[in-house]
Design a binder for this molecule. Structure first.
Ligand code: ASP
Length: 590
């Protein structure tokens, strides 16, 4: 176990023994805190000049951040005993109160050595992914500090390695070190932390210069400007130039029907080959030699190559016949590969598969991820052609909004016909309608809302999502349906409760079981005080209460505020039924 995870376990134990915080927020509930893990891998953001050139400076970032009032509120930390509640205390900080009246508590772990991202390899991608997996349940979101040079590659790779991701993972860095007076590091880190802590965006993203992008859609386009990245074929997921505005229509739906896991196997025998006029047959042949297993061929325009070069096409054909997978990606920044020209068809005939509008960075890391899988060549090709994590624009013909009878009637009534107005009506109405349908368990109504393009994960007026409501009501089928439609099990309502916490509160056993199966777990703030609550159930012989917490994944040995475990409380009270319950607990939870 690493030093960090020992400390995290200590934090868990500590937080269980402390009484639930009682300082009220403006909404009259307990502290509204989100926890973010910052993994510092290196990059300019944490560099200083050594021997006249920039290179990473170890063990400097945390103390520096602590000295900046916009990055750390020491008063709040002292007043709320933050360092006792969260560990490791030395590396944990808290942002000032956000506009959403939330505190983002963040802990920084630093890799050793810190890397200029030009030195990164596939092993480093796997390490980051595995660390996210290790700490997944402890944090609400993740920020990865990374050099800008290869950030687009790492962001793409992580998007594939993280399977069934339900929480935000945001890469950021800077063009100028954070230690300098004028820099972009502070704004980038602050923006990434606020988004990772406050918005359940279930994607690997990249945040830079006030924009949040899908990680596998970006490319670095400027070596100097603060505006270093672009996402040529997909609009940003969020804009934080003024208030943070999330573009929920573009954000991927969560895929939390199964538990989050990391698949860090990668095939390193992949490469990028850029066509240029006059490229020699020898170059192409040498490049495609074994052990090369997959190549991204960067072609001209809409995916074209010289069809007059039979020598070149013959080399490509020989390679695909041997089982080398070659993806056709365009050298253009925007646009997609389509078979418009004879020069494009020649590549299809040579056995290449279309990369659509994928960036070369995304195509390369996808190849590396897919080729490591133990499946047939044909299945690998199918996976590469399909849209796995929003990395390519799939040709989905959805029902048109104006097809909806309901919207038609409203549009008629209000005498409107333009698309933007129809969308505005839909976006205003559907969250409330979806919550109402979830309350009464009406799956047909939810389906109708989904068909008109309504987002079933949006929160209604009281800050609860349809999933929160269906779990409170115990509508198991609706919960199943919502999960299948991408409802996020980690969404928090305005009191900071996840659907699992709601299901526990209303003692919906079936729903708790189902949510746990999909990987749902209680957030760090929800776990605080549970030991005390279980002890009081043990004292009152409330077996059902104990059972529901055990089903929700709580350790039945969590101590209460006085350090006694629920079992100790039961045996002190001579409460045999409760002691029997603990005896049989294993069978219950399996
Ligand atoms: N060379 C640096 C890196 O990629 C550049 C940066 O971070 O902006 O690590």
């Amino acid at each position: 176990m690493t030093e960090m995870s020992e400390k995290t376990c200590l934090a868990r134990a500590l937080s269980a023994t402390l009484p639930t915080p009682s300082t009220p927020s403006s909404k009259g509930c307990a502290w509204k805190e989100a926890r973010v893990l910052v993994i510092n891998t290196g990059g300019t953001i944490g560099m200083k000049i050594h021997d006249g050139v920039l290179s990473p400076e170890a063990n400097a970032l945390v103390n520096f951040l602590k000295s900046l009032p916009i990055m750390h509120d020491e008063q709040y930390a002292q007043d709320t005993k933050l360092y006792e509640r969260y560990a490791p205390a030395d590396n944990t900080m808290v942002l000032p109160l956000s506009k959403q009246e939330q505190r983002v508590v963040y802990t920084v772990i630093e890799y050793s050595p810190l890397l200029d991202s030009s030195n990164m390899s596939t092993k480093d991608w796997a390490k980051i992914a595995e660390d996210i997996e290790e700490y997944y349940e402890e944090y609400d979101g993740f920020v990865i500090l990374h050099g800008t040079d290869t950030m687009a590659y790492t962001a793409s790779a992580l998007s594939f390695l993280c399977e069934h991701l339900g929480k935000p993972v945001i890469l950021t860095g800077s063009q100028i070190p954070i230690f300098e007076m004028r820099n972009d590091g502070r704004a980038n880190l602050l923006g990434a932390l606020l988004i990772a802590g406050q918005y359940m965006i279930p994607e690997v993203c990249l945040y830079f210069h006030f924009k949040l992008y899908r990680g596998n859609r970006v490319t670095k386009v400027d070596a100097e400007s603060f505006n270093a990245f672009t996402s040529p074929n997909l609009e940003p997921l969020a804009n934080a130039e003024g208030d943070i505005k999330i573009n929920w229509d573009t954000v991927l739906k969560a895929d939390t029907c199964a538990k989050f896991r990391v698949n860090s196997e990668l095939n390193r025998n992949v490469g990028l080959l850029r066509l240029f006029p006059g490229i020699t047959t020898e170059t192409v042949r040498a490049f495609l030699q074994p052990p090369m297993a997959g190549v991204v061929l960067e072609t001209y325009g809409s995916g074209n190559a010289p069809d007059s070069r039979t020598d070149l096409l013959a080399e490509l054909t020989k390679a695909t016949d041997r089982g080398v997978i070659i993806i056709n990606c365009t050298q253009c920044l925007t646009g997609t590969v389509v078979m418009t020209y004879a020069t494009g068809k020649a590549l299809v005939d040579a056995g290449l598969i279309s990369g659509g509008d994928m960036t070369p960075e995304a195509a390369l890391s996808k190849l590396s991820y897919v080729l490591a899988k133990d499946i047939s060549l044909q299945d690998k090709k199918e996976l590469l052609k399909s849209n796995l994590r929003g990395e390519l624009t799939a040709n989905i013909q959805g029902a048109c909004l104006s097809d909806s009878r309901f919207i038609q009637l409203i549009a008629q009534f209000l005498s409107i016909s333009c698309k933007e107005e129809l969308e505005a009506i839909r976006n205003a109405l559907t969250p409330t309608l979806a919550c109402a349908a979830a309350k009464i368990g009406d799956i047909k109504a939810l389906e109708a809302i989904r068909e008109m393009g309504g987002n079933l994960s949006m929160e209604g007026n009281d800050g609860r999502t349809p999933l929160h409501i269906a779990t409170c009501e115990g509508h198991l089928k609706v919960v199943e349906y919502l999960l299948s439609q991408g409802a996020n099990v980690y969404a928090k309502d305005s009191y900071g409760d996840t659907p699992l916490r709601c299901a526990v509160r209303f003692r919906r056993k079936d729903v708790v079981r189902l949510l746990r199966k999909t990987g749902a777990h209680l957030s760090p703030s929800e776990v605080q005080g549970v030991g005390t609550e279980m002890c009081s159930y043990a004292a009152q012989s409330d077996i059902e209460g104990l059972e529901i917490w055990a089903l929700a994944g709580m350790d039945p040995n969590l101590p209460g505020y006085d350090g006694k475990t629920p079992l100790e409380v039961a045996s002190a009270a001579g409460n045999q039924r409760v002691m029997d319950f603990f005896q049989n607990l294993k069978d219950l939870v399996v």
